[in-house]
Design a protein around this ligand. Sequence first.
Ligand SMILES: Nc1nc2c(ncn2[C@@H]2O[C@H](COP(=O)(O)OP(=O)(O)OP(=O)(O)O)[C@@H](O)[C@H]2O)c(=O)[nH]1
Ligand SMILES: [Mg+2]
Length: 295
Amino acid sequence: MKNQNSEFRSGVVPIVGRPNVGKSTLINRLVGEKIAIISPKPQTTWNRILGIKTLPAAQILLVDTPGIHDAPSKLNRSMLTAAKGALHDADVIVHMVEAPDPFPEGEKLIEGLLQEVGTPIILVINKIDLTGMDAVPEVVPPLPYVKVIPISALVGTGVDQLESEIVAHLPLGPPYYSADVMTDQTERFMAREIIREKIFHCTYQEIPYSCAVVVEEFKERDEGAIFIRAAINVEKDSQKGILIGKGGNKLKEIGRQARMDLEALLSARVYLDLWVRVQKDWTKKEYDLREFGLT
Ligand SMILES: Nc1nc2c(ncn2[C@@H]2O[C@H](COP(=O)(O)OP(=O)(O)OP(=O)(O)O)[C@@H](O)[C@H]2O)c(=O)[nH]1
Ligand SMILES: [Mg+2]
């Protein structure tokens, strides 16, 4: 008799690419839930994040990674290490670029990294909703991709085809997680990320890159309400002033938006206490990066 499980496929699939091409948007669309935060600014994702998609005959362990680019800062180094690390134990790699200019100069760094891996790589050209299929230029892929797929992670075009292509290249193997699990992130980590997302949406210039969020308290109170206290660490006094805003307005708005998302995520009433602390030059200090979960 045929054993159905022997046909099951599973494996680890990192999505790599330059900052802002739409990696986190694609993970969320494939998983069908908001696993990763998104913003119009580059370098939104700072850690590796797992999103799990279970199909009747396959389980895809999608790994969101920080955008790969060349910048000398310690924080960027830590992001680059996280992205590179994700390539090691991959079964299939999705290399994401964006239309209308898929291979700008900055892409060379990623091409170099991908040249060294012996894993099947799918090239995904994202944001075709902005250009239309026809506007995707005649791409001459710099690497021997197993497939080139134009998609729109935002609208959904091409995403089913991408999913099938990923599954076709996965090795045979059992599922790692039960079918209802969509991520391995803790609620504390997701709270941190939601607060970061609102900072990215509400502040400008260097501010979002100078904020490290630490969830200091996360506990259930009476009648199932959840109390969360988080510190936002900035590098300088001037940044603290900007983040708090006139009469505390900016911080209040960040807190309001974060609380709404947290209540939806946790299906509970949330009390969110945000405060700002100056941790001088934390982006330059190895010790602080570790403390903030960034190495
Ligand atoms: N028009 C359009 N915009 C998109 C698409 N996919 C993502 N975006 C937008 O592109 C911006 C960046 O998306 P993210 O998913 O945060 O990009 P990322 O690659 O994860 O970025 P980093 O984490 O900074 O490396 C957001 O404003 C998204 O809404 C798409 O298919 N079409
Ligand atoms: Mg991202």
